[in-house]
Design a protein around this ligand. Structure first.
Ligand code: ATP
Length: 356
């Protein structure tokens, strides 16, 4: 076997199609009921073999210290496996911070999955989930991906069939929300919103997008302190969103669209903050104000390539700077453990196999 020296993991962010607080657990944590959806907005995490443990996050204000989820994940992995080894981690953050999109959890999941591949440790998905759950409540879902009903503190997970085909337009205001503060505020004021997660699960299973939207909601919305929620939701709905809601504990707000033209027609000037247009399932592209869209190779090129071409055309029409030709730029793309990750291994990252 060739020795792997470096691996790149693309780890998706999530949106909450529903989030309800259904009670308090004996340990004081909130008992949650949620529908989570992985989306095509990725953290790019590069892992290289090393004798030490180093982290850098170029261009990101997130601190590269021991409280970073990536470092916690690496330490958990090496402790569990007993491997006397290290890793240099570089995280190119794409997911907004304090958005309720679980960027930090995606980083932890990417480190676990990447180290597993780099060192050939063969940990199972349930071992990775158990390690991840100790780092953060959203890490097990980040490892699972797709569409899931998630309960308890994030540890009780049921994989659902894919959410009916739709688009999400995500608006991130120019401020974030602290998750502990949002829950503390919930404890004081409660919520008048309690989405019906059972009905939403049924709608997902019935491929009923209108039903998914009818059951959508977020019990943390009123207490998150995200002051622009109502204005952003109104802008999204005016532009054809079937529904709009906050994700996680905020501050990002998103609309669900069944018509790709509606979501593209929402001008960047209609909303404050940052605008991201993403979809679910197939690796596709994400489009972000002030940055070029990114495109990824796909597990199902027959679907993704026509979508990619259409997306490029629409982006160009709307004045985005688009760089094409990224399909095929990756030497090898693998889907791991049926999880949501894309693992990129360039031939330059491989040592030649030893002669037997
Ligand atoms: P969630 O929905 O899981 O609560 P979030 O999007 O609200 O996620 P994150 O951006 O993932 O929140 O993380 C919030 C805080 O966690 C940040 O303010 C930061 O200080 C800390 N943090 C630790 N590690 C990371 C990381 N790798 N990326 C982002 N934030 C991190």
């Amino acid at each position: 076997m060739a020795k792997l020296n470096r691996v790149t993991v693309l780890a998706p962010a999530k949106l909450n199609l529903a989030l309800d607080v259904v009670g308090t657990l004996p340990n004081g944590y909130h008992d949650l009921d949620m529908t989570m959806q992985a989306i095509t907005l990725y953290e790019k995490v590069v892992l290289a073999r090393s004798s030490g443990l180093n982290l850098s996050l170029p261009g990101s204000p997130v601190a590269a210290n021991d409280s970073n989820t990536a470092i916690k994940a690496a330490i958990a992995f090496f402790r569990y496996t007993g491997l006397l080894a290290g890793v240099d981690i570089t995280i190119y953050k794409n997911v907004p911070v304090r958005a309720g999109m679980a960027g930090g959890s995606a980083d932890a999941a990417a480190v676990l999955v990447g180290l597993n591949a780099l060192y050939g440790a063969h940990l199972s998905m349930s071992e990775l989930c158990a390690l991840g759950a100790k780092i953060g409540a959203d890490v097990p879902f980040a490892l699972m991906g797709g569409t899931c009903r998630v309960q308890g503190v994030g540890d009780v997970m049921k994989a659902l069939p894919p959410c009916p085909d739709c688009w999400f337009t995500v608006v991130m205001p120019d401020y974030g929300v602290s998750t502990p503060e949002a829950f503390a505020a919930y404890d004081k004021v409660g919520s008048s919103t309690h989405p019906d997660c059972e009905a939403q699960e049924k709608a997902v299973r019935a491929e009923d997008l209108a039903g998914v939207c009818a059951a959508a909601g977020n019990a943390l919305e009123e207490c998150s302190g995200a002051k622009d929620n109502e204005a952003i939701k109104a802008a999204l709905c005016e532009h054809g969103a079937l529904t709009a809601l906050m994700t996680g504990s905020g501050a990002a707000v998103f609309g669900i669209f069944d018509d790709e033209n509606d979501k593209i027609n929402l001008s960047l000037d209609d909303v404050g903050g940052e605008l991201l247009i993403v979809s679910q399932f197939t690796l596709y592209g994400n489009c972000r104000k002030g940055r070029r869209p990114e495109f990824l190779s796909a597990a199902r090129p027959e679907i993704a390539i026509p979508m990619y071409e259409k997306f490029v055309a629409i982006c160009r029409e709307k004045g985005y700077h688009v760089e094409t030709g990224e399909f095929g730029a990756y030497m090898e793309v693998e889907s791991l453990n049926d999880g949501p990750f894309t693992l990129i291994v360039d031939s330059a990252d491989l040592d030649a196999p030893k002669k037997q």
